[in-house]
Design a protein around this ligand. Structure first.
Ligand SMILES: Nc1nc2c(ncn2[C@@H]2O[C@H](COP(=O)(O)OP(=O)(O)OP(=O)(O)O)[C@@H](O)[C@H]2O)c(=O)[nH]1
Length: 452
């Protein structure tokens, strides 16, 4: 939009307002303009000229300087003072051609000054030149307006950054994303917005670009954490493109990916949870075990693994149906999960009707006690198992292994030991806890324990 709210578009049949109190010169000028294909309006006084100009917005005004009443200079002043008419180019036409007359004409805002007697070809050429200039200016203005509208209404945040990392311009979306008022970010540096290491990386890139624009090209898109004005962090994609005008500048486009990030996190969390029982899955457990194993190797603390398998679960499914089996697994899972109380404990569904628990910094005795507690908890749920030969209720067989992690060993050996103990529990009548010793355990921690 042009200031004043009026927008123009280039016109072939330009409209020209001719202002002259002398009917003879008025009619000569008019005839000439009409012959050139222009549309004409005429006014015989300054006052009338102002009225017509406000109403019809001509593309050009040919204005006589000496008129009774309001003269040409005053008419020009009034037209330039009014936002509706101030952009209309005015050419003075006058027999007064002293230097001070011409200077006064230009000083009031005229674009040209033609002396009488008129040389018609010259008048036409000057009119044509002014109309062409007006069209060029309007085209540039329209392009600038269009660009401004795009920049102001785009959803992406836009920053123009100077080679020293200073922000030169931001659009409303950028201000909004980062919590700033209009213009408030201008003058701040990348160090106000980004982690210092990341900001420095950008500055290094700017320097590389300044040294050799050919090889630096585009910096591409990267995920950045930007400091919101309130101190919180906003996760965004920042696409940086160099632009060379009078000096190198960098255009940053910010795309908000907070929501995308949140769903990515949710997906990541979902990938770690067993969908049926809502407790951690095998993948989560394996990662956790690996981490705790490394930690225990450094600290020298014992690591205990408990493996649980629901007894006669095939029979349970066959008797009560798969759906009942699912509900049963959910209840058993909750009972087991209730025993993973510390940050270094983790219960998981390892597959089918098999569950595992890791107790870090837990020796064999404590692990055994915990396993026994879980076994009684499951039995106490009193989930009827009508055809079980072990118990009237759902029960679990539990194997426990404790190890002092060592770089010669791996998590596999811990699993083998716990599984072996669990199979012993099955073979010995189910619904019981068995523990097995691992080869590298210190003597005082050897835990060949059988219970129940
Ligand atoms: N309802 C249900 N059943 C499952 C699920 N995953 C595995 N199972 C069943 O669990 C049963 C496991 O049976 P088996 O491995 O033969 O062992 P079991 O019947 O529990 O007998 P023991 O382990 O010897 O006491 C199979 O029938 C599987 O179909 C599940 O997500 N839902």
């Amino acid at each position: 939009m042009i200031p004043g709210g009026t927008s123009y578009s280039p016109r072939r049949d330009a409209a020209i307002l001719i202002v002259d109190d002398a009917p003879a010169s008025l009619s000569v000028l008019r005839k000439m303009m009409v012959e050139q294909g222009y549309h004409t309006y005429i006014a015989t006084s300054g006052e009338r000229a102002v009225q017509i100009a406000k109403r019809v917005h001509p593309d050009l005004i040919l204005l006589d300087v000496v008129m009774p009443g309001m003269g040409g200079l005053e008419t020009c002043r009034q037209l330039k003072a009014n936002p509706l008419t101030q952009r209309i180019p005015i050419i003075f036409i006058s027999a007064r051609t002293e230097t001070e007359d011409v200077v006064a004409g230009f000083d009031t805002g005229a674009v040209d000054y033609i002396g009488k007697p008129l040389r018609m070809a010259e008048v036409c050429a000057r009119v044509r030149a002014q109309l062409q200039m007006r069209i060029d200016t309007e085209t540039q203005q329209e392009q600038a307006d269009r660009l401004r509208t795009i920049v102001n209404s785009m959803a992406e945040g836009l920053l123009v950054i100077e080679p020293d990392g200073r922000v030169q311009f931001t659009n409303p979306a950028c201000d909004h994303y980062l919590g700033y008022r209009e213009g408030e970010l201008a003058g701040r540096t990348l160090f106000d917005l980004l982690n210092p290491l990341v900001a420095q990386e950008y500055l290094d890139y700017f320097a590389r670009y300044a040294a050799d624009p050919e090889t630096a090209h585009s910096h591409g898109t990267r995920e950045v954490i930007i400091r919101h004005k309130l101190g919180t962090s906003v996760c965004m994609d920042l696409t940086l493109t160099p632009m060379y005008s009078r000096q190198p500048l960098f255009i940053g486009l910010l795309h908000d990916i907070t929501h995308h990030k949140m769903s990515e996190d949710a997906l990541q969390r979902a990938a770690m949870v067993d969908p049926l029982t809502k407790i951690p899955n095998r993948r989560h457990f394996d990662t956790f075990l690996e981490k705790e194993w490394q930690r225990a190797m450094r600290s020298g603390a014992p690591l205990s693994l408990v493996v649980l398998d629901v007894d006669h679960f095939k029979l349970y499914n066959d008797t009560l149906g798969h759906a009942a089996g699912d509900i049963c697994l959910q209840q058993v899972a909750q009972a087991i999960n209730a025993h993973a109380l510390r940050a270094t404990d983790l219960a998981a569904r390892y597959g089918g009707e098999e569950f595992v628990l890791l107790f870090a910094e837990t020796d064999a005795d404590s692990a055994h006690a915990l396993a026994e507690s879980i076994r009684t908890h499951v039995e106490a749920l009193q989930l009827p198992h009508p055809r079980s030969i072990t118990s009237a209720w759902i029960t679990v067989s539990v194997g426990v292994a404790t190890i002092y992690p060592h770089h010669m060993d791996n998590t596999e050996s811990l699993f083998i030991a716990a599984d072996q103990a669990m199979y012993e529990a099955k073979e010995n009548g189910r619904n019981q806890v068995r523990a097995t010793k691992t080869s590298n355990a210190p003597i005082d921690a050897l835990t060949a324990m059988a219970s129940h």
